[in-house]
Design a protein around this ligand. Sequence first.
Ligand SMILES: [Zn+2]
Length: 241
Amino acid sequence: MPELRLSSETLDYEIERRRRRTVGVAVRPDGRVQVRAPLTTPQSEVRRIVERFRPWIEKRLEETKERLRRKRLRSFDSGDQVPFLGASLVLDVVETDRAGLDEAVREDATLRVFVPRGLELAQRRAVVRYAVLRWLLEQAREVFHEKHKAAARRVGKSARRVVIKDMATRWGSCGPDRKMSLNWRLVLAPDAVVDYVLVHELCHIDVPDHSQKFWRKVAEHCDGWKEQRRWLRRHGDELDL
Ligand SMILES: [Zn+2]
């Protein structure tokens, strides 16, 4: 993992030369700064443009650092909190001698995970994390399909297929082909946020862009869309395990 240290002197970034007209800067979720530049723009010019982006880049890097820090704080041990559709489940890790029990079971606000006795700390942490992840994916599959049905009734359009996957930079996608993808991490967000994303994606079936026409359509079917969109922008980076 690249170090996220920043000094006023240096800003590390990777340049990708592309057939394009403008220089684009992006901060990847792992903290890498990626610069896409036209094939012919001189290096010095690229550097000048990146400098102009610096306050924005530094802000993004700061957020990334904070997110990674929080992620490292999760111990995957008893007492740890797992966000789930606006609730917060408390982990209860139970050691057992019985084999094949390393899966998570929910009981009200408790998420219990059975692990083999005597594992090393890092190993045990990995087993618990995997069990929690599997449980969340299972929930996502169930909940998102139900929510898709409800949203489809409201919008009057439905996806032909809803795929739940690991997406690094997006919450979902859908288009006129009516194939919808949803980021599993949404299961860590409040209910209303997931509902908003579903309406958003379903509205893309008729309007593939983010024009005014599109947002009018979203507003028609989702009252709190602005609030949910703001929540995602503010907290989206935290939705990770
Ligand atoms: Zn969209």
